[in-house]
Design a protein around this ligand. Sequence first.
Ligand SMILES: *Cc1c(COP(=O)(O)O)cnc(C)c1O
Length: 375
Amino acid sequence: MKKIQMVDLQSQYYKIKADVDNAVQNVMNTAAFINGPEVKSFQSELEQYLDVKHVIPCANGTDALQIALMALGLEEGDEVITADFTFAATVEVIHLLKLKAVLTDVDYDTFTISPEAIRRAITPKTKVIIPVHLFGQCAPMEEILKIAAEHNLHVIEDNAQAIGADYTFSDGTVKKSGTMGIIGTTSFFPSKNLGCYGDGGALFTNDDDVAHRLRGIVNHGMYERYYHDEIGVNSRLDSVQATVLRRKLPLLDSYNEARRKAADFYDEAFSSQENLLIPARSEYSSHVFHQYTLRVLNGKRNELQQFLADKEIPAMIYYPVALRKQKAYYQESNADDFQNTDKLLDEVISLPMHTELDDEQLSYISEAVLEFMNL
Ligand SMILES: *Cc1c(COP(=O)(O)O)cnc(C)c1O
């Protein structure tokens, strides 16, 4: 059996090696390393795939979040609501920009931000809501957009983990994740569902004025060459990464399908275990399984992780610490307001999930989990 990894980037690369190597060599030959034609082509191909008016490539997913917040004309101390249970990048940039992060609880079943908690967190200073489409499934956007409209708030979707997911509104309209808020952000970090071979990121918007602003901010606040109208950043997707992404974008749906098949295998194996909860699949969002995350209900999550490690099966805890309790962002909080988050921190475990898992590996992993649960 092939060695089991959380993410197997190498096997995936070998399947497209000739195509990618050739494309990278072409970039070398043309020496258009920055903002070359490959970046432009990738941009428009992603616009088409997402059915969104503007894609603005940038250097990584964290920059994308920062640039999104910079484009909204916020003032120091303005409040940004986001989930307490997510990767740190989201709150990091809020703090960096001297905005106030207002962290809320998540839904226990979907792991995404709770609309009820958002409602409770809104104050006159609230300006933005950042739902994170955690682990590959959209937050309840219809409800979140409704709350935002009622209170005149911006919505930035952190779509780093759910690119390619479809959201279905109650009237039947279907939209791609990341295209519903005023701005969507994503990351092309190698392990993401659409990953490049280094760092990369992008912003999406359907608003022409916001797109113009974003394009200026990513490029030193320049709207006209060497005229700097505002403080910007330098955040670019390079041509080598863009050419890799152009080769992988047409495969994204099949990659997400391969992840879904692996998830179906796991679901089937674990659905009748009373002490395991399989990931919930919401009725409004397809799931692209950036992670396959179980909840372990018998209090033995850490023992399970060790048991699997002894069998050379990696499994990860995403995420072990609530953001409100991290040293860098520590804030006083009332445990009653974070009941789901605090429970999830003790229960969640993510199994190997990528596009190259075969049935032999999936059986081996599932049997090991079941063996532990039935000890
Ligand atoms: C990966 C990730 C980011 C950051 O992306 P980078 O490209 O690593 O900067 C932001 N938010 C979430 C939810 C992520 O998973």
